[in-house]
Write a protein that binds this ligand. Structure first.
Ligand code: ADP
Ligand code: MG
Length: 243
């Protein structure tokens, strides 16, 4: 459903993505791993057009983007609707209750009525285990709870693909577990997701596909079984350094 062909992205004289070719299928969870500074965020942000590669092709179902050509604002808007991004910091609106945070996008952008948006928001909060926090404010929640609200908020926009950039890296281990549990459930429900994470245990349990990125290149693109059981020397070194 998503296809990247020969995608390149340069910052100044640094090439952050080098000839990226891969596919992300519907109802699959891909985990992107790799050392710091390898281009994982740039890859994810390119899918949401927060970064603009200078060459290559990006296909999302029937929408084709040629990065060598100027992007129309319609292209950008259509694509942003299809991809829900969850960041490391949760960026919740501090002055809105949890349920209002989740309703905001559907009401403002999708033009849902507040009643419809609220019903969906409460369902999603139940799903992420926070039904009892609907009327609380973000500052009254732990970091892990805030991140789960951010996930619910992203789901409320009903994206075709959910993109998560190190969703638990700002969290203490005991708060991380709750967020990972929610993501595992979403994966089991066949939501389509791409997750950047350093948590290899989690990667192994959640991923249908693993991408290993280093110095802007995809060095591995395959199943977790292959990744963990028959790693190349470079990946074996990476795995050893991570544990
Ligand atoms: P990762 O997420 O794997 O840690 P990034 O995608 O954030 O890596 O960064 C890849 C490379 O591109 C790094 O060398 C980083 O310094 C550089 N980079 C990322 N964003 C920018 C930017 N906005 N301006 C300049 N360099 C950037
Ligand atoms: Mg990053």
């Amino acid at each position: 459903m998503i296809k990247l062909e020969h995608v390149n992205k340069t910052f100044g004289d640094h090439q952050a993505l080098i000839d990226i070719n891969t596919e992300f299928k519907e109802q699959q969870t891909t985990v992107i791993v790799g050392p710091s500074g390898s281009g994982k965020s740039t890859l994810l942000r390119s899918l949401n057009l927060l970064e603009r590669p200078e060459s290559g092709r990006y296909t999302f179902n029937d929408q084709l983007i040629d990065f060598t050509k100027p992007l129309s604002s319609k292209d950008i808007l259509t694509l942003r609707r299809k991809t829900g991004m969850v960041f490391q910091g949760y960026n919740l609106f501090p002055h809105l209750t949890v349920v209002k945070n989740v309703m905001e996008g559907p009401v403002q952008v999708l033009k849902q009525t507040p009643a419809v948006a609220k019903k969906t928001a409460l369902e999603l909060l139940t799903k992420v285990g926070l039904a009892d926090k609907a009327e609380a404010y973000p500052s009254q929640l732990s970091g892990g709870q805030q991140q789960r609200v951010a996930i619910a908020r992203s789901l409320a926009m009903n994206p075709e693909y959910i993109l998560l950039d190190e969703p638990t890296s700002a969290l203490d281990p005991e708060l991380e577990a709750g967020v990972l549990r929610v993501l595992l459930e979403l994966a089991q429900e066949k939501d389509s997701m791409i997750i950047v994470t350093h948590n290899l245990e989690f990667a192994r349990s959640v991923a249908d596909k693993i991408l290993f990125v280093e110095a802007g290149k995809i060095l591995f693109d395959g199943t977790p079984a292959e990744f963990f059981k028959q790693p190349t020397q470079r990946i074996a070194d990476f795995l050893a350094a991570m544990t």
